[in-house]
Design a protein around this ligand. Structure first.
Ligand code: OAD
Length: 262
């Protein structure tokens, strides 16, 4: 981590009562899950979002799109939460009024002890019928695949058991609205918090990128963890330039140094 130890950030965290943690792809990078916009390794540097992450793309080539999300689900299934995820679960244990909001479609917050993270962009693990949201859909078991999905591999999506329509990934695609209940809960938490910690997001995709700005406008202090500059630098009272798995455990240890169970 560059710069001084995060003493000011640690003090702000220790003294906070209502906390929001907003995470993006960077929190899962050290678990081996690629981000979207990092040069070379980011998914959108290697794949065409318009061919993979829109309703039109699914309509045009469902096997390509379903196969790509099955590859991503397999990648996430093999990944483990990193010390950054664990530190966020520790913050929630220390400050019970902590809301974790993520743009990520993985389940690494849940697997690190944050059971009720708000998923603004849906989840790889909640597929749904393309024709009727009320029709339940189940994921194929890994055994249903002849071979583990590869990056560009096509896999036909399953059919809805109720109506026979295609099953689509449970993620938010470009041009689609965010799940209403998740967005409402996120805005409410951002409006009411006294501290917002933003971790590993480029802060460029709206409306999620509005969440830290809502918190700042409502009087909360914003702390940012990111190795790179972002548009959120301007509203952050403290910018911790480092990776999530490096910075967050240090932040938590410093905040509660000398107390019994950190
Ligand atoms: P991005 O890929 O846009 O940004 C990832 C951020 O994480 C960048 O600012 C990196 O500098 C930072 N980063 C990289 N490694 C890190 C690490 N180890 N620790 C901390 N930070 C790190 O990802 P998001 O901001 O999450 O939406 O992208 C937002 C949305 O754009 C995604 O949810 C997705 C995408 O299109 C949909 O698919 C709807």
């Amino acid at each position: 981590m560059k710069g001084a130890l995060p003493h000011r950030a640690a003090q702000l965290l220790r003294e906070a009562h209502r906390v929001v943690v907003l995470t993006g792809a960077g929190i899962s990078a050290e678990s081996g899950v690629p981000t979207f916009r990092d040069a070379l390794t980011g998914l959108w540097a290697r794949f065409d979002a318009q061919r993979l992450a829109t309703a039109e793309a699914f309509h045009a080539d469902p096997d390509l799109v379903w196969g790509w999300y099955e590859w991503r689900r397999t990648t996430v299934g093999r990944a483990e939460p990193n010390p950054g995820h664990v530190a966020i679960a520790t913050i929630q244990a220390r400050i019970p009024d902590t809301t974790v909001i993520t743009q990520n479609v993985d389940d690494l917050h849940e697997r690190s002890g944050t059971p009720a993270a708000i998923h603004l962009h849906g989840s790889l693990f909640t597929p749904r019928c393309v024709a009727a949201a009320a029709h339940p859909a189940t994921l194929p078991s890994p055994d249903d695949h002849a071979a583990p999905p590869d990056e560009g591999g096509r896999i036909p999506p399953p059919r809805c058991a109720s109506c026979g329509a295609l099953v689509r990934p449970g993620v938010v695609w470009f041009g689609e609205p965010l799940p209403e209940a998740a967005l409402t809960a996120a805005v409410e938490a951002a409006t009411a918090c006294d501290l917002l910690l933003t971790v590993g997001t480029s802060g460029t995709v709206y409306p999620a990128a509005e969440i830290p700005r809502i918190a700042a406008r409502s009087g909360a202090t914003v702390i940012q963890v990111n190795p790179e500059p972002t548009p959120l630098d301007r509203i952050a009272a403290v910018n911790l330039h480092g990776t999530a798995a490096q910075v967050l455990p240090t932040l938590v240890a410093t905040a509660w140094a000398g107390t019994d169970d950190t």
